[in-house]
Design a protein around this ligand. Structure first.
Ligand code: SAM
Length: 317
């Protein structure tokens, strides 16, 4: 019998998942899609630890099929013996109560190596059932969510993008370190790092939110990245953030000029690659190579919960 893989994604991003899978996984053929869920028919078996075929996949795993009731779901899952159950909404904006599915097993964050039952729910539909094995590249929470405490003073969504990147990649950012952000206004990510005790240099022609600008460990460089002079920068920079609304090839070209100045102290980078054109998805391998060329060779990409038409790339030395 044919086996299937599934991906969940932000509703509306199904074409992005399909496009990337078509390039990366010739063994898979698109099978079925609903907003927030895509399945693929495989030419061979699909293990629960099948490696994700798309950076846009919030959860990726072995797809089992639809279950209208608990007994059916239990029977479908039995061969996989999951030790964790993640019940989550197909559309994160349409919350569906977890009953009765939560009685299938223990909820909560997955441990490394655990087989997780994914129960994907939507109003007035059978649940979609899949399984995946948790590993260090995946967020441990249901649906690939990354819980971040609400910050009422955050001036932008980028506060959450930054915190999600740190949590997902376990970035060892520490108080006393120095960060440079290119494309920093109005200062969401700057606030996140400043609150963590880093000294933050914020490059943007736009203004920072007054409360962020007033922080003693925040320094605004009111210039375009292309006009930023090496002498304007502090001697040591540990972390580089890039969040400019420029095409990713252009953003990386601008950043490349700064790398020789940063290289000796840089520990890593959080680079937001804007995907304003879905054709940029085909460029992801070339963009990754460009970033590796900066000496940041330990690289991973993911569409984080707070990302929109963009991909987060975390790259470490
Ligand atoms: C998505 S916003 C950044 C949000 C910000 N990271 C935050 O945490 O709030 C993109 C920013 O890129 C800036 N930008 C665009 N082109 C730029 C350039 N050539 N040099 C510096 N900043 C640029 C824009 O002014 C804009 O503020």
């Amino acid at each position: 019998m044919a086996e299937f893989a599934f991906a969940t994604c932000l509703p509306g991003f199904e074409p992005a998942v399909k496009r990337e899978v078509a390039r990366r996984r010739p063994d898979l053929r698109f099978a079925y899609s609903r907003p927030g869920l895509v399945t693929f028919r495989a030419s061979g078996p699909v293990a629960p630890d099948d490696v994700s075929g798309s950076v846009f996949a919030r959860v990726w795993g072995h797809s089992i099929g639809a279950a209208g009731d608990l007994a059916t779901a239990k029977a479908m899952l039995a061969p996989f013996a999951p030790t964790r159950v993640h019940v989550f909404s197909r559309d994160p904006d349409v919350l569906v109560p977890p009953e009765p599915w939560e009685s299938l097993g223990a909820a909560g964050p997955a441990e490394l190596g655990e087989v997780v039952a994914d129960v994907i729910v939507a109003p007035d539909e059978p649940a979609w059932i899949g399984v995946h094995r948790h590993d260090a590249t995946r967020p441990p929470h249901a649906g690939g969510s990354i819980p971040i405490a609400e910050e009422p003073t955050a001036p932008s969504r980028a506060y959450y993008k930054c915190e999600e990147a740190i949590a997902w990649a376990h970035l060892p950012v520490a108080a006393g370190e120095v960060a440079l952000e290119i494309g920093a206004a109005p200062g969401g990510a700057v606030l996140a790092l400043a609150k963590r005790g880093l000294d933050v240099w914020a490059c943007d022609t736009g203004d920072l939110a007054p409360d962020v600008n007033a922080l003693s460990n925040v320094h605004h460089l009111a210039t375009k990245v292309g006009a930023l002079r090496w002498e304007q920068l502090p001697a040591r920079i540990d972390w580089l953030l890039v969040d400019v609304n420029l095409a990713p090839q252009v953003a990386l070209h601008e950043v490349a000029r700064l790398i020789p100045r940063l290289k000796s102290t840089l520990r890593g980078a959080i680079i937001t690659l804007k995907m304003n054109d879905w054709a940029f998805i085909d460029e992801l391998p070339a963009l990754a190579e460009r970033i590796r060329g900066f000496g940041l060779t330990d690289l991973r990409m993911r569409h984080l919960p707070s990302n929109r038409r963009e991909v987060c790339c975390v790259a470490l030395r």
